[in-house]
Ligand binder design. Structure first.
Ligand code: TSJ
Length: 668
């Protein structure tokens, strides 16, 4: 706590600013509080029987929550006196037998006789149920009308309640039981001080579950009140055990700035900057105050309040804050060229990662919405909050480059992490699509399910695919035609190719899955044969497929499942004699053997062969030759792929020029 108080002291400048605003508030208040407060302004509305009949309607529950609510209702009256500028110290004590006392050093509740009722004002305050504003519309502005409608409710639900008002040189006292007057208001002494003391005992007939207060619950609430009202001193004393009287003091000159520092510290988070960023502004009868601090964690904590009441579900003030925060970051990033791409923007989540913030607004007639009334609904507070945050935070960013550098980097990192997470999600989605048991529509499967005997031919182009389908051995050979032109995706990265689902049919046909999920046991074919033209396009397809297998299905390569078909380059015919040649040498040999003057056909593509020719030359296990791909081949393909598909144009052109011959020779 010592440490924490030190942090609070470092905020001297912000405190100064706040004081100035408080003065503004006060002048506002002076005109706001009725020029001549009169007891006759108090509206007499309803009896207290209703409260005892249905206590839950007034305090929410008669359990521990409702019990503690009694204390809050009383304390709120003193806080209002603070907001009015007349109270600096509030003392709360839990006495033996769970009697509560609340004492403040404000002006003291007025005691003069109220015209309408003929009763002292203080008696009216404690015995008449006030609906809505405390003293009707005209008495108070910001301070009044916030709370204080509940003091008579507390009285009604107390076995007994005593009030002592120090005012006009005297101490005035009155006692009630279950909301009924037990003694008239009487002067019991003289004093030159002012203030109000209320002491009460919750009625066990109402709070049947428990009348025992929890120190920590009251502690939390009073500390929060201290943070929300900078400079206000609150004392909590527990004297239930005379042997062990506990007293704590809560007072924060740094207000909600200290609040965010306290939250970070109590959660063990390391702040990214020395002290909270804290600012506020007042406009007419509304005010907005915001404090924020970034830590090295990943959560966002935003606590918002309207008229010192916590708005658990946020609302219009929180919306204004979030909108402005995102805008400040993006405008700053654009101005200083940190966010360069036109489309690159930080999201709200990005700029709120590791953020702790407290938003506190004060306004007349706050509207609390939603099922639990935890959401502020006043729309006119949004622009006040967003303008304040935008202007003051932008200024702060400009004036504290070191601080903003750390914060901005964190937001950028958050954006990167989010992008990476999105990609991982996409990949996971793709993976699950790749693991489905369905087979690609274009696959002409074989009838045998014995993967030691079956072969999958991956064939370039639809027409070659058609020939392969008709020429194959249906029992053991499956055909999967691949897309036609491969060069169109030359510049695409491999992951993009996968993203485009170009390779999905291959993965589905093999049945193994990819990457970490690859399972060789699920492989549906013992041999995977890549069958493509003996030209540049064909070389590209081989390179792509080998690289893909090498990177994502490595065991296929390691265990020798991948082959490259070797279609002939020439058909040599003389009369009825036919010979296929796979190289210039073989061609010349055949010509010599046939005795010269032969008919020579050069195959430019697989599509030029009919089904029978393709079977005879390339697919018939009795005749064909195939290259089994080893790890070195695949690694070379991977390298080639990197050059071919890489971003750098120069090495790619160089490579293609240098290897033009190679490529023609099927050397992938
Ligand atoms: F209402 C209550 F009894 F629950 C209660 C009220 C309990 C406690 C502990 C404190 C208070 C309270 C009320 N503290 N300070 C005040 N102030 C007034 O009621 C007050 C004083 C002066 C004037 C004025 O215009 O002169 C107006 C008000 C409302």
């Amino acid at each position: 706590m010592d440490n924490f108080e030190n942090i609070a002291k470092e905020n001297q400048e912000e405190v100064m600013e706040e004081k100035l605003i408080k003065f503004d508030d006060e002048t506002e208040m002076d005109t706001a509080v009725s020029e001549e407060y009169g007891a006759d302004q108090i509206q007499v509305l309803e009896g207290l029987e209703a409260v005892r009949k249905r206590p839950g309607m007034y305090i929410g529950s008669t359990g521990p929550k409702g019990l503690h609510h009694l204390v809050y209702e009383i304390v709120d009256n003193s806080v209002d006196e603070t907001l009015a500028g007349f109270c600096t110290h509030i003392e709360v004590e839990i006495h033996p037998d769970n009697v509560i006392s609340v004492r403040d050093n404000g002006r003291g509740i007025p005691v003069e006789i109220n015209e309408k009722t003929g009763l002292p004002s203080v008696t009216v305050v404690l015995t008449v149920l006030h609906a809505g504003g405390k003293f009707g519309g005209s008495g108070y502005k910001v301070s009044g009308g916030l709370h204080g409608v509940g003091s008579s409710v507390v009285n009604a639900l107390s076995e007994w309640l005593e009030v002592e008002v120090s005012r006009d040189g005297h101490v005035h006292r009155q006692r009630f039981s279950r909301g009924n007057i037990e003694t008239e208001l009487e002067i019991v002494g003289d004093t030159n001080e002012t203030g109000t003391l209320v002491k009460f005992k919750a009625d066990p007939e109402v709070f049947t579950e428990t009348t025992e207060y929890e120190f920590e619950t009251l502690q939390r609430r009073l500390r929060e009140t201290a943070f929300l009202n900078a400079g206000l001193k609150l004392t909590l004393t527990d004297s239930r055990d005379p042997e062990n009287i506990v007293e704590e003091v809560y007072c924060y000159e740094g207000g909600i700035g200290s609040f965010v520092e306290y939250i970070n510290e109590s959660r063990g988070l390391t702040p990214l900057h020395d002290s909270a960023i804290h600012f506020s502004s007042v406009s007419g009868d509304r005010s907005a105050e915001v404090a924020l601090m970034y830590n090295d964690g990943y959560n966002e904590t935003i606590l918002s309040f309207a008229n010192n009441v916590r708005t658990v579900d946020g609302g219009t003030h929180e919306t204004g804050f979030k909108t402005a925060l995102t805008r400040v970051f993006n405008d700053y990033g654009k101005k200083y060229n940190i966010l360069k791409d036109g489309d690159k923007k930080l999201s709200g989540d990005d700029v709120r990662e590791g953020l702790t913030a407290v938003i506190s607004v004060k306004l007349t007639e706050a509207e609390f919405e939603g099922q639990t009334k935890g959401k502020l609904g006043n729309t006119d507070i949004t622009p006040l909050v967003s303008q304040t945050v935008y202007e003051k935070l932008t200024t702060y960013f400009e004036e504290n480059p070191a601080v903003i550098k750390a914060i901005f980097n964190k937001a950028l990192e958050a954006a990167r992490a989010r992008e990476a997470a999105r990609k991982a999600r996409d990949l996971a989605r793709r993976k699950s699509a790749l693991e489905s048991n369905s087979l690609p529509g274009k696959l002409a499967d074989c009838t045998s399910k014995d993967s030691t005997l079956t072969e999958l031919y991956i064939v370039e182009g639809d027409s070659a695919g058609g020939s392969a389908k008709n020429g194959r051995d249906r029992e053991y050979q499956a055909i999967l035609p691949l897309w036609g032109k491969m060069l169109n995706v030359e510049k695409a990265r491999l992951d993009k190719v996968i993203g485009n689902d170009k390779l999905t049919p291959v993965v589905l046909a093999l049945g193994t899955g990819i990457g970490e999920d690859f399972d060789i046991e699920k492989l549906r074919y013992g041999k995977i044969v890549i069958m493509a033209d003996a030209d540049v396009d064909g070389a590209h397809i081989r390179t792509l497929l080998l690289t893909f297998f090498f990177r994502y299905m490595r065991p296929l390569i390691d265990e020798g499942h991948v082959y490259i078909a070797q279609p002939p380059l020439f058909k040599i015919t003389k009369g009825k004699k036919v010979r296929y040649a796979f190289s210039d040498e073989e061609r010349n040999e055949a010509i010599e053997e046939f005795g010269g003057s032969c008919d020579i056909q050069r195959y430019k593509g697989l599509g030029e062969m009919d089904a029978e020719q393709l079977w005879e030359t390339t697919m018939d296990p009795a005749f064909r030759t195939m290259l089994r791909v080893n790890v070195e081949d695949a690694m070379k393909a991977d390298e080639t792929f990197s050059i071919l598909m890489g971003d750098k144009v120069e090495p790619r052109r160089e490579f293609i020029e240098k290897n033009a011959k190679y490529v023609k020779n099927l050397d992938v």
